[in-house]
Design a protein around this ligand. Structure first.
Ligand code: DAH
Length: 369
């Protein structure tokens, strides 16, 4: 009987042969060199060093070898795997550098490229003038008052002493909300804010009220169904026409320059008594064009004065309607159109420019406040 031959290796496995291992290493190195991105390299790493890779499988066979052969085979496999891992590391570094370089190229910013421009708007002159006027009066201690654009007929007409048969009340001038009997209108002027202020506020009252108003006018060069007015109302003890005139002159100077004054021409408004038209001294020629063809003025048509608005002492009937004792309090009010004011102040000849919203018109007024 023969004894087992210890030096004989019955489980010498072909996968562990130097030849086979070298072939696997060569395959791995070729695949690593062929990987052109980190993602590709990840797959190569899995295929050649993962649990199911040829070298890992070969490694598993070592356990089946006789003890004497184990060390030798383990060394061979270890060296082979070390080599593959080293190649992987080198290629990883190379591909990381490549990725960073590509990133720099892809994300290059061309600082000379023309920027996409967004057209800049500007504030509408109607907005600006409402703020300018409000500021003039706020500086005098007035408060800003507002009222609804959809208004009760009573505020818009009755309380202002505008009788039911007054021409301004007919369908021609007034937009009614619903039918003519609804009692609700789109306010035809800012004067109803006078009434609201008198009913709501403590005396004395000093308010300025800019706002939008509506009349059934066709849109043309000098009319618009939607336009703006500013109203001022003062109710206090001892207020006289002189206070009204002084306030209007101050207003005129603030808007049109040092020394510009106003002139009052007798007129009629149901809610003021006495009433007057306010004329503004021409801020361009200051009257120098009157009877002087050599110095003709386009702004005032050489009249020296420009019609600006209406004014008067608050009619005692209006005070009474608002529960204010006319024996104790008096007041004044005035109101003017803002489109008109802008038109003569800036030489705007067509009202439509102000409502059409063309940015080229608005821009001409810049961003000034
Ligand atoms: N509300 C008048 C209008 O729209 C303008 C007006 C006139 C306002 C006289 C007033 C005033 O405050 O006293 O035509």
């Amino acid at each position: 009987m023969s004894a087992p031959n210890k030096s004989f290796d019955p489980v010498e496995v072909s996968t562990l042969s130097q030849e086979n291992i070298d072939e696997n290493v060569a395959n791995a190195i070729a695949a690593i060199a062929g990987a052109n991105s980190l993602d590709e390299l990840k797959e190569v790493r899995l295929a050649h060093t993962g649990d199911r890779s040829p070298l890992a499988l070969a490694n598993r066979e070592i356990g089946a070898l006789p003890p004497a052969a184990k060390a030798e085979a383990g060394k061979r496999i270890g060296q082979a795997r070390g080599k593959v891992n080293q190649c992987l590391e080198v290629r990883t570094l190379e591909l990381e550098v490549l990725r960073d370089q590509l990133l720099l190229i892809e994300e290059t910013v061309d600082v000379t490229m023309a920027a996409a421009t967004v057209a800049q708007g500007a504030r509408h002159p109607l907005t600006t003038i409402q703020e300018q006027i409000s500021d003039v009066f706020l500086a005098l201690g007035y408060e800003l008052a507002e009222g609804p654009e959809i208004e009760a007929e009573w505020f818009n007409f009755d309380a202002l002493n505008i009788a039911p048969d007054h021409p301004a009340r007919t369908m021609q001038d007034t937009f009614f909300a619903g039918n003519e009997d609804s009692g609700i209108v789109l306010r035809t002027h800012t004067s109803p804010v006078q009434i609201r202020s008198m009913l709501k506020r403590e005396l004395p009252i000093y308010v300025v009220c800019p706002g939008r108003v509506f009349r059934t006018d066709e849109l043309d060069a000098t009319h618009s169904p939607v336009f703006h007015q500013v109203e001022a109302l003062v109710i206090d003890r001892g207020i006289t026409l002189a206070d009204l005139k002084g306030t209007l002159d101050h207003f005129a100077q603030s808007m049109f320059g040092e020394g510009i004054v106003t002139r009052l021409r007798p007129s009629y408004f149901p809610f003021t008594e006495p009433s007057a038209e306010v004329d503004l001294q021409c801020f361009v020629c200051r009257g120098a064009s009157i009877d002087n063809p050599e110095a003709a003025c386009r702004t005032c048509r050489s009249e020296g004065w420009i019609e600006w608005g209406g004014c008067g002492m608050v009619n005692p009937k209006v005070l009474v309607a608002c529960g204010i004792d006319p024996d104790e309090y008096t007041g004044f009010a005035f109101g003017m159109g803002l489109e008109r004011t802008l038109m003569f102040r800036h030489g705007i000849t067509d009202m439509r420019d102000m409502v059409e919203g063309d940015i080229r018109f608005t821009r001409a007024f810049g961003l000034g406040v």
